[in-house]
Design a protein around this ligand. Structure first.
Ligand code: 1YM
Length: 634
């Protein structure tokens, strides 16, 4: 290591106490629900990732302990422990107990990781019941513990380290008085760590969960970085070219890295990252990449006169079946959108567009075989789009001639004009649909029965999918349209509720519907309009009264409370009469609803294509692994 790059305690400057963090935690970590809770782990791990980016750390070990505390250990240089010249305290203590104690750390060109809020380890200590930092360096192990951000005692040397050993270990247990939940979710964390390793080629992360009877462990390490990332995202699809389009370019202070691979699928999946933050809502970097693709492929085609009569491909054509990851590093990103995960910096669009157009053009020139399959795929998308338009025009003309509302005949609409009160129940089967029509509140609840399974949109092109009767009925009833014509203001109901049986067929129909929403109207999921109705699992008869419970656990509790009773299992919606269906599953005062959310686009995308795509083996594996769960978590 170059001497002048070494840290020294005098570099730490601006300091502030941690009272503000405990007073308004949301300001520093976004929220105090499960998002904020997981954010604590990201903050600590980001410190280690920064150390990797500085070229000083190759491995991070993360453990969720039995008591739900988390430890993060890296083999970096070790947090500084020397005395601060002004404060006369060890640097470690200043870093952990003062806000924005960053020193040189803040300004380094490499130090562009840092979560959504990038506020560092002091915020984690402020919001932890207890946190301990151990540093190995210079043959010693230094340690200090903190309670709610305040030192328990002075930093001490607690042992000897091997001569060459160095690194930092942070252990913390979140403060229960701050967070509404303190249980870490294994999958959420594992997904994040996998992503971190894809975005930082070469970095090794091992992750252990010691809670539960059988400890879980995963190791992540990808020397191929983004190229391995797109291949991994495509593992449930059939790629149409082996070698992904890949480039890494730099312009001024912006570094962009992109990998693209097309598959036989008809959908597009583009993941964006800014300074390693997953921009779930997209933004100007993604827009720039999309424009570049359209431009580069059209240029390629025009140059070689590959399309007759000067036809041009549209964005949707060149993105059919695309899986892409764009990761950019930049200074002062501005995040917008509902979840602050949309890049807003306007200048980025042009920078990425010009950089990516020239890089993609170069790639196509140098890889004519890959260029050929991509051009073929995009031109067949163009033909399908033209065919679909003709079919749609025909339908429109027919509709213009016929009288009526234009709503599907199967829909039993509600009467209220107050949109915020209204709900659309999408019900499996005509018979359950009939019961639902009888049991509903006619003023606010509309019923759309679906006959049997709907088309698997993952396996059909958009023209076919949107043309199918079931899907077009549902889309017409909802009113929003799809794709570029989508308009959330045209949504005819405030809630769209999927109601299926609790059996395997019901699960399948639910998954098909969710896939349709996810692929064609993801905005409705993002805005929280899509719900799943939860019918009861058991009925308990006790004396003259019936009780309904929704899980095996609730059954146990209720039986205890009642001192016994006659239990029967509800098999399907069809078993209930109008009144039962209303009181258990449809009455807003007593029913259970599960809101469908897109927590992590990467994970949702994976789950959907796993359940719905071509590859059979990974799907079986997934279903077997999740067999104990009543439903797929979304
Ligand atoms: C498990 C968490 O915090 N590792 C870590 C933190 C630092 C360093 C190394 C580090 C950085 C620098 C120099 C530098 C930190 N340093 C600072 C500060 N792991 C974890 N590993 N020497 C060591 O950036 O110049 C804050 S954190 F402020 F000193 F730079």
């Amino acid at each position: 290591m170059d001497k002048k790059d070494d840290y020294s305690a005098k570099d730490i400057t601006v300091l502030e106490g941690l009272e503000a963090v405990r007073k308004r935690p949301g300001m520093y970590i976004g929220s105090t629900d499960k998002y904020g809770l997981h954010h604590l782990v990201y903050e600590v791990v980001d410190n280690s990732v920064d150390e990797h980016m500085a070229g000083a750390c190759s491995e991070i070990k993360i453990v969720i302990e039995k008591d739900n505390s988390v430890s993060v250990e890296d083999n970096g240089r070790g947090m500084p422990v020397d005395l601060h010249p002004v404060y006369k305290r060890p640097a470690m203590e200043i870093i952990v107990t003062k806000l924005h104690a960053g020193g040189k750390f803040d300004n380094k060109a490499y130090a562009v990781s840092g979560g959504l809020h990038g506020v560092g380890i002091s915020v984690v200590s402020a919001l932890s019941e207890e946190m301990t930092v151990e540093v190995k360096k210079d043959g010693k192990i230094y340690a200090q513990s903190y309670v709610k951000g305040k030192p328990k005692a002075d930093m001490k040397v607690i042992g000897k380290a091997e001569k060459e050993e160095h690194g930092t270990k942070v252990t913390f247990i979140p403060d229960k008085t701050i967070f509404s939940v303190v249980d870490f979710d294994y999958k959420t964390l594992a997904t994040r760590f996998r992503e971190t390793c894809f975005l930082n080629a070469g970095l090794k992360i091992s992750f252990k969960d010691l809670r539960g009877e059988t400890p879980k462990e995963e190791k992540f390490h990808y020397d191929g970085g983004l190229i391995e990332f797109v291949k991994w995202l495509n593992k449930t699809r059939t790629p149409i070219h082996q070698k992904p389009i890949y480039f890494k370019r730099e312009e001024g202070k912006v570094i962009a890295e992109v990998a693209i691979q097309y598959s036989e699928s008809y959908n597009e999946s583009i993941q964006g990252f800014v300074n390693t933050i997953n921009t779930v809502e997209g933004g100007t970097h993604v827009v720039g990449l999309k424009s570049a693709l359209t431009r580069a492929i059209n240029d390629y085609i025009t140059k070689r006169s590959l399309l007759k009569n000067g036809d041009k491909l549209m964005g949707d054509d060149v993105r059919e079946g695309i899986t892409a990851v764009i990761s950019i590093k930049m200074q002062e990103p501005q995040f917008e959108g509902q979840t602050k995960t949309k890049l807003g910096n306007g200048e980025i669009k042009g920078i990425i567009e010009s950089m990516a157009t020239s890089a993609i053009s170069d790639f196509l020139e140098e890889n004519p075989a890959v260029a050929k399959v991509i051009v073929n795929k995009a031109t067949s998308a163009l033909r399908a789009r033209e065919a679909a338009k003709k079919a749609k025009d025909l339908v429109r003309r027919k509709n213009a001639l016929s009288v009526g509302s234009g709503l599907p005949g199967k829909l039993a609409d509600c009467s209220s004009k107050k949109k915020e009160l209204t709900e659309l129940y999408v019900v499996e089967g005509d018979s359950a649909g009939g019961t639902a029509k009888g049991g509903r509140d006619r003023e606010t609840q509309a019923i759309l029965p679906l006959r049997g399974k709907i088309l698997n949109v993952e396996k059909s092109n958009p023209a076919k999918a949107l043309g199918s009767e079931q899907i077009s009925n549902l889309l017409t009833a909802m009113g929003t349209g799809v794709g570029e014509g989508f308009d959330i203001n045209k949504l005819r109901y405030n809630k769209v509720i999927i109601m299926t049986d609790a059996d395997v067929d019901g699960q399948h129909i639910k998954a098909l519907l969710l896939t349709m929403f996810y692929r064609y109207t993801p905005q409705l999921i993002e805005a929280g309009h899509i719900f799943i109705a939860v019918p009861p699992f058991y009925k308990i008869k006790k004396g003259m009264k019936d009780y309904y419970v929704y899980s095996a656990e609730e059954l146990k509790l209720k039986l205890k409370e009642l001192g016994g009773g006659e239990v029967s299992r509800f098999k399907g919606l069809g078993e209930m009469n109008d009144e039962q269906l209303w009181s258990t599953t449809m009455n807003p005062k007593t029913r259970r609803l599960k809101q469908v959310g897109i927590e992590d686009a990467v994970e949702a995308d994976e789950t959907f294509s796993l359940l719905m795509g071509d590859a059979v083996a990974p799907r079986r594996e997934f279903i077997e692994q999740n067999a104990d769960k009543a439903e797929v978590d979304l």
